[in-house]
Design a protein around this ligand. Structure first.
Ligand SMILES: [Zn+2]
Length: 287
């Protein structure tokens, strides 16, 4: 029995291969992760954190610890590595409807041109490309490529965009054709609003306790400290990169403004259609 235990100590003893003496041996072990032997640490590099396979534990709290709070902040796969795998992350799950069915498209930050033909999915890809080509969209890029973050994105029924957390999942509801008019009468595109929501998701995933603390800190102009951090941070950067207005509060009501946009064949947004609540439409040309 002792022999058995020394072989399968932890969940991942192959990673912690103490027999390895040759530097020529390839360093990618259990789950294809690199074994970091520096200073005798012998931990596996999982990107967001290091895994200590002797104990079958991480060396720091899971960024999504609250997803597994009934277990431990130091486990993964809900402490069931036999039946579950650590998804490699890199995921924005775009949920879309077709013929009454719901489909999921996993987006890893790469636009390949062979994506399923769906209006909502296309709106997302256009917005992603628009933000990132202009030098913005850093939060959405981070979520798409971060090894530990998974966010579900779906079309907002009301058209209003918001980030929320439900049944242990991070979700964004996005009105892909809806922009907003700022308090000063400027405008922001659906692409910039999407970056706003992804920034909430990123904050929540990276540091849940701080995210919640900021949400509970009320601020009159910005609603709360989390909104202020998002609006004055990543949102402003992306709005600026897109040539749009920068918000100085969280008071604008996006409910009475609908926006469409027209893109060139290469996905660059060239025209916005802003409609006020009287139904009057204005075309705004970009650049
Ligand atoms: Zn917000």
């Amino acid at each position: 029995m002792m022999v058995f235990f020394t072989t399968v100590q932890g969940f991942a003893s192959p990673c912690n291969n103490r027999e390895v003496v040759s530097a020529d041996l390839q360093p990618y072990k259990y789950n294809g992760k690199e074994l970091d032997k520096m200073h005798g640490l012998n931990t596996c590099d999982y990107g967001a954190r290091q895994y200590y396979s002797i104990l079958g534990r991480w060396d720091r709290v899971d960024p999504l610890a609250e997803k597994y709070y009934p277990y431990s902040p130091y486990v993964y796969c809900a402490n069931n590595p036999v039946n579950a795998i650590d998804p490699d992350g890199r995921t924005i799950n775009i949920l879309y409807y077709r013929d009454g069915k719901i489909y999921k498209y996993k987006f890893d930050g790469e636009i390949r041109g062979n994506e399923p033909n769906n209006a909502f999915l296309k709106d997302f890809l256009v917005a992603y490309k628009y933000n990132t080509d202009n030098g913005g969209g850093e939060s959405m890029k981070a979520v798409a490529t971060n090894l530990k973050i998974e966010v579900n994105l779906m079309q907002s029924k009301s058209g209003k965009s918001f980030y929320y957390y439900e049944y242990g999942e991070q979700k964004i509801s996005w009105g892909s054709r809806k922009g907003l008019i700022t308090s000063e009468g400027g405008f922001q595109s659906p692409a910039t609003i999407l970056e706003h929501e992804f920034t909430h998701a990123l904050h929540h995933a990276m540091d849940g306790p701080s995210y919640r603390r900021r949400k509970e800190t009320g601020l009159s102009k910005y609603k709360n400290a989390e909104e202020k951090k998002v609006i004055t941070g990543a949102e402003s950067k992306t709005a600026k990169a897109n040539g749009e207005s920068i918000r100085k509060d969280h008071l604008s009501d996006p409910n009475n403004v609908f926006q469409r946009f027209k893109t060139t064949s290469s996905g660059i947004i060239e025209e916005y259609y802003v409609t006020n609540n009287k139904g009057e439409e204005t075309i705004i040309l970009t650049k």
